[in-house]
Write a protein that binds this ligand. Structure first.
Ligand SMILES: Cc1cc2nc3c(=O)[nH]c(=O)nc-3n(C[C@H](O)[C@H](O)[C@H](O)COP(=O)(O)OP(=O)(O)OC[C@H]3O[C@@H](n4cnc5c(N)ncnc54)[C@H](O)[C@@H]3O)c2cc1C
Length: 413
């Protein structure tokens, strides 16, 4: 490829022979009809080689934007290249909202859904769960439409880019709603041990942040409908705005004043017009059953010096269970332990393996879009419907046009 294309983090240089930016679904269809190998690139915010290919890399960013609200105002149809930041502003102006967002609005809807991207909230399932319909070009170049009446949908939604090129998605929406955001400093370890479930349920969306240099959490971020004041489980209100990553500028973060604002200005931690997170980083994340949350925290605490040596920040979030076959939250109310590492693959990978070793008894499911070293066979065994997903991939992409090395390893024989 004459143009060197990397993922957002810069740790993956794509090996594609060409990057295509089709401007219409017809142009896209003729690219796919070429037979591959090909992969779709969303906004490139994943940290592993899942979007890589030795063939054609296709960005949908230049497709015409589509935001069509259904007459009953309960769903919206969007194109396969739109980002949450663009969609959120349009939805809000129409008096509508998504149920949740990730920490950043910069990512594409199709790419986020393909990896089961999530926010936080004990009653909030991941972002893929609001997909009620998909339009995709399968591996044979056929344009296929699938809705909730079709049992395939639960397998296709978190599709890892393996079942087709998603050209449009229909998403459930709700009336717009205001939220307030509050940040608290120094959440004592004893309070976490005694009250973790209450803490994570004490808001629409709650995150705990720690750098693992100590056992207390450095901060709690609460996104709530109700106002709050005073101490929170022994933690004190922050004396000014914060960034989740120590040392980074607070202006990159969303409003934390406790003033109510539209959902999309409070649910993400980061503002669209600034670089999210640290910028120079790698990320890993593991989902365990919510009932194992304290065991998972203890497990990471047991190696915290090693973790802290390559860590920028760790975030703990809650995600409600769902029925999507490849969702890390499949039939399991979950707690996710997310790690923002320094941008040094060689130094980080041994620590990632250590985290996986201590979490192994808890049957962790790694975030599909982040750095992990778990054996594919172990990952497959954590998903009761993995065999069905393999069969779906064979049906939607019989000739393997969408396959790459990463997928071959994950899908197995
Ligand atoms: C700073 C930062 C913060 C993050 N915060 C969160 C967070 O809060 N919660 C969370 O869960 N994750 C988070 N992530 C991870 C991120 O949400 C996922 O990696 C997500 O997949 C990124 O979407 P993308 O559009 O960049 O996908 P890409 O990385 O471009 O692609 C991901 C996969 O989706 C496939 N794909 C993309 N578009 C299509 C399409 N149209 N049709 C078929 N397949 C497609 C690709 O082929 C690839 O396999 C974060 C990442 C970063 C960099």
């Amino acid at each position: 490829m004459s143009e060197s294309v990397t993922n957002w983090a810069g740790n993956v240089v794509f090996g594609a022979r060409k990057l295509h930016r089709p401007t219409s679904v017809d142009e896209l269809r003729s690219l796919v009809a070429g037979g591959g190998p090909l992969r779709v690139l969303g906004s490139g915010h994943s940290f592993n080689r899942m979007a890589d290919t030795t063939g054609d890399l296709i960005s949908l960013a230049s497709l015409p934007r589509v935001v069509t609200v259904a007459p009953d105002r309960k769903s919206v149809r969007v194109d396969g290249g739109i980002r949450y930041g663009e969609l959120a502003v349009q939805l809000d102006s129409l008096g509508l909202a998504l149920h949740n967002t990730a920490s950043l609005p910069h990512i594409s809807v199709a790419g986020a859904v393909a990896t089961a991207t999530h926010g936080s909230g004990v009653r909030n399932a991941n972002l893929a769960t609001v997909v009620s319909g998909l339009e995709l070009i399968d591996g044979s170049g056929r344009l296929v439409t699938v809705d909730r009446d079709n049992p395939d949908l639960s397998g296709l939604v978190v599709g890892l880019g393996a079942v087709g090129v998603v050209t449009a998605l229909t998403l459930d929406v709700v009336p717009t709603f205001p939220l307030r955001q509050y940040v608290y400093d120094n959440v004592p370890r004893v309070a976490i041990e005694a009250h973790l479930s209450e803490m994570l349920a004490d808001g629409y969306s709650v995150s705990l942040f720690t750098d693992w240099t100590g056992l207390d959490a450095n901060m709690a971020w609460l996104k709530r409908t109700e106002p709050m004041s005073g101490e929170w489980f022994g933690a004190h209100p922050a004396d000014g705005p914060r960034h989740p990553v120590p040392g980074m500028p607070a202006q990159n973060s969303t409003d934390q004043s406790g003033e109510p604002g539209p959902w999309h200005t409070r649910l993400p931690h980061f503002r669209m017009e600034f670089t999210p997170s640290a910028g120079a980083e790698l990320q890993s994340e593991y989902h365990v059953a919510a009932t194992d949350a304290l065991s998972a925290i203890d497990a990471v605490a047991s190696i915290r010096a090693q973790v802290a040596s390559v860590l920028q920040v760790c975030e703990i979030r809650a995600i409600a269970a769902d029925d999507l076959w490849l969702s890390p939250n499949y039939q399991r109310d979950s707690i996710a332990l997310h790690f923002t590492w320094i941008a040094d693959t060689e130094a980080v990978l041994p620590v990632v393996a250590e985290v996986e070793r201590v979490l192994a008894p808890l049957n962790p499911r790694p975030h599909w879009g982040k750095v992990f070293t778990m054996a594919p066979s172990t990952i497959r065994s954590a998903y009761p419907r993995f065999d069905d997903f393999q069969a779906l991939v064979r049906r939607y992409d019989p000739a393997g046009a969408l396959r790459n090395e990463w997928l071959d390893a994950i899908l197995g024989p």
